[in-house]
Design a protein around this ligand. Structure first.
Ligand SMILES: C[S@@+](CC[C@H](N)C(=O)[O-])C[C@H]1O[C@@H](n2cnc3c(N)ncnc32)[C@H](O)[C@@H]1O
Length: 207
């Protein structure tokens, strides 16, 4: 399993995250980021080309996987703003309280072990005037798909690097101390249990 997690999984995840339908989702939200940006779960840096360099001062890219961050280095070098890669988890963000203008999280809340703690950390580091920008797959609205998600989830988590198919993304964000400003949801092209997407923006509840 160690060999799989180190060598095979990063390539599988990168492949799934590079699908055309997923890249179209990034295009919808990443350009909204501004100022000092924290991206939680940077992965292989697939969002980096979608940031608007005229609006972004710096991006801190946090990810506990050195295999993923190694693959992000080239994309980080290719953009016109500073990128600092940090090999740590979202549950314990090494940034000052109220220090970033935007937190970006895409296709990562499914994989974070303690997602509630990570949301609290995102709320802590965000300035009161700041914005959370998210795009995640999660719990589907249709009973049949939802049953399949719940059923497959235990096996999926083991082969998918801890990815949960059935997390209620809006609820998770709100529980973390955020108020949704915009929320969109639909199936994107792909395997239905893993393709119901939620995306939008949120602000701190007490700002
Ligand atoms: C499916 S990938 C998505 C990567 C990237 N956000 C994207 O949109 O392409 C999930 C990422 O979450 C990262 N991850 C897993 N646990 C995490 C944690 N506790 N904190 C932050 N990132 C985590 C994984 O290492 C992986 O890079």
């Amino acid at each position: 399993m160690r060999l799989y997690n180190k060598h095979i999984l990063p390539n599988l995840v990168h492949f799934a995250c590079s699908l055309k339908s997923v890249m179209r989702q990034r295009e919808k939200i990443v350009p909204l980021a501004r100022g000092r940006v924290l991206e939680v779960g940077l992965g292989t840096g697939l969002n980096l080309p979608f940031y608007d360099a005229s609006k972004v001062n710096k991006v801190w890219g946090l990810d506990p996987s050195s295999e993923m961050l190694d693959r992000a280095k080239e994309r980080a070098r290719a953009v016109n703003f500073e990128v600092e890669l940090i090999g740590l988890s979202g549950e314990d963000i090494p940034l000052e309280t109220s220090s970033v203008d935007t937190v970006v999280v895409t296709y990562t809340l499914c994989s974070i072990i303690d997602a509630d703690q990570a949301m609290k950390e995102m709320a802590r580091v965000l300035k009161p005037s700041g914005e959370l920008i998210f795009c995640e797959h999660g719990a589907a609205p249709d009973a049949g798909v939802r049953r399949l998600q719940d059923c497959i989830n235990p096996i999926w988590k083991r082969v998918g690097g801890g990815c949960h198919l059935n997390r209620d993304i809006p609820e998770l964000i709100e529980r973390g101390g955020f108020k949704l400003k915009s929320l969109n949801a639909m199936y994107i092209t792909g395997w239905r249990p893993a393709s119901f997407n939620y995306w939008g923006t949120a602000e701190l509840t007490i700002s």
